[in-house]
Design a binder for this molecule. Structure first.
Ligand SMILES: Cc1cc2nc3c(=O)[nH]c(=O)nc-3n(C[C@H](O)[C@H](O)[C@H](O)COP(=O)(O)OP(=O)(O)OC[C@H]3O[C@@H](n4cnc5c(N)ncnc54)[C@H](O)[C@@H]3O)c2cc1C
Length: 434
């Protein structure tokens, strides 16, 4: 193994140590510093800046953009960074400190990939530096947003401005006092004959006149402060046309390009959470003070099976994600759509199953605030909906796989004909019925 191929492993080890020894022990303080009521949205926990400074000192700052596709990249492939990202999923503050908490990484990718030089200078540079935050605004309450052709916030061109009217919700990150820019998808060309060319993406500075955060939404009762998920109203908000990203009618191109590597990071963090849940479960079932019916928990066959299943499922899912990361590295996100979709669907299901077993092994304590398991479960559950529900990805995947039908029928027919000919050569008259 060459020295250069060892570097990611060394970084991954360093990240693991940083997460396990500094971030996980800081999670409780992070939660305590979030405070109560309005304070949760007006400040952010000081521990973040302390850990950020520490991450910078350790050389672990901003290493998520891949070297394969971005000149701003830190030098890792998506596969290498995937392995590093897994560690981040184990701790609440770890992703925050490393600047990769979704959807910010995807947002930075939008700007890095599609932004012009002015937009990059104004927004990407401070985002990369951690000075500001961003939110991605696509989903709308009035329409089924898993079909993005439904997105209907209006973007009407007037002179050198666009006038925006409508509403968005589930705008993750918009509750953070540091959030300065919204990446907004709207309908700019409602009559375009191609339904995939009706939407555009525009950069809207937070605080623009006519843009109001109406309320923050909860996730199974959690507010996810300090980022949160906002419902935002647009009433005649005037945005300079120069804030348009890539060009009019190119919204689909942008949302499709945005979700490649970002999904890999998501998935690997999910697996980090699952791995951490498994650690909690193993610790619990080996606690000698928790025996039932004359046996320690780890002596019950079903519980040992939970551990084995969890190990297998995490390892299998990790391979699927890394295969997707490798495909992105060797082609691009578009070339890896199938693999990315597989990872996007399978990983939250695996993480949920593992976390659920861990919760069960803790009994009532598992659903309380005394372990991180309940929060982890709630977070992982949302990943079966956020960035497109499972069913939409499965539909696309199933349709594509099904396109092989004609070729497979031909192949089976050829094999049947050959089998029948072979039987005839041996004097056997038989009709194959497949
Ligand atoms: C925690 C969280 C964070 C989020 N963050 C963001 C964000 O930052 N920015 C943003 O814009 N959005 C965000 N979202 C929104 C998310 O992307 C949408 O909720 C998702 O795309 C689904 O859209 P919808 O809620 O309108 O559901 P709908 O489109 O109404 O779909 C409802 C259900 O219908 C079913 N369904 C849909 N299509 C099919 C199909 N083809 N076949 C079978 N069943 C189908 C699915 O079960 C789906 O869950 C977030 C959501 C959550 C929960």
């Amino acid at each position: 193994m060459s020295a250069s191929s060892l570097i990611p492993h060394l970084v991954a080890d360093k990240v693991q140590q940083f997460v396990e020894e500094e971030c996980i022990p800081s999670d409780a303080l992070f939660r305590a510093q979030l405070g109560e009521g309005a304070q949760r949205w007006s400040t952010y926990p000081p521990i973040i800046d302390q850990l950020k400074a520490r991450a910078k000192k350790l050389g672990l700052w901003n290493i998520f953009l891949s070297k394969t596709h971005y000149k701003e990249g830190a030098g890792f492939t998506n596969l290498e960074y995937g392995l590093i990202a897994e560690q981040l999923g184990k701790s609440l503050v770890a992703s925050e400190v490393r600047l990769t908490f979704p959807p910010k990484a995807g947002n930075m990718e939008v700007l890095a990939k599609y932004g012009n030089d002015v937009q990059k200078r104004e927004w990407l540079a401070p985002l990369l530096d951690g000075q500001i935050r961003s939110a991605f605004l696509m989903t709308e309450r009035p329409v089924a947003s898993s079909d993005a052709t439904n997105i209907s916030l209006t973007m009407r061109r007037e002179g050198d401005e666009y006038v925006l009217n409508g509403s968005k919700w589930w705008s993750s990150g918009a509750g953070d006092p540091r959030c300065r820019v919204y990446i907004v998808m709207g309908k700019s060309n409602p009559t375009h004959q191609d339904p995939f060319k009706r939407q555009s993406v525009i950069l809207v500075p937070a605080g623009t006149k006519g843009v109001t955060v109406k309320r923050m939404l909860s996730v199974y009762g959690y507010d996810d402060a300090p980022h949160g998920h906002a419902e935002i109203i647009f009433e005649n908000a005037r945005i300079p046309a120069s804030n348009l990203v890539l060009g009019e009618g190119r919204g689909f191109e942008i949302i499709q390009g945005r979700l490649g590597p970002g999904r890999i990071h998501h998935c690997m963090r999910s697996l980090g959470a699952a791995e951490h849940a498994l650690e909690w479960m193993i610790t619990r079932v080996n606690d000698p003070s928790r025996s039932t019916f004359g046996k320690q928990l780890n002596e019950h066959g079903v519980i040992i099976e939970w551990i084995a299943k969890s190990r297998m499922e995490i390892d299998a899912a990790r391979l699927i994600v890394l295969a997707a990361a490798h495909k992105i590295d060797t082609s691009d996100a578009k070339g890896a759509l199938k693999e990315i979709a597989e990872a996007k669907v399978i990983v939250p299901q695996v993480s949920l199953a593992v976390i659920d077993r861990a919760v069960q092994s803790f009994g009532a304590a598992g659903v309380s605030q005394d372990t991180p398991l309940a929060t982890m479960w709630a977070h992982q559950r949302t990943l079966r909906i956020a960035d497109g529900p499972d069913e939409v990805h499965l539909q696309q995947m199933g349709r594509n796989e099904n396109k092989r039908a004609k070729a497979l029928q031909k192949k089976l027919e050829m094999q049947r004909n050959k089998a029948e000919a072979l039987l005839r050569q041996h004097g056997i008259q038989a009709k194959m019925h497949l």
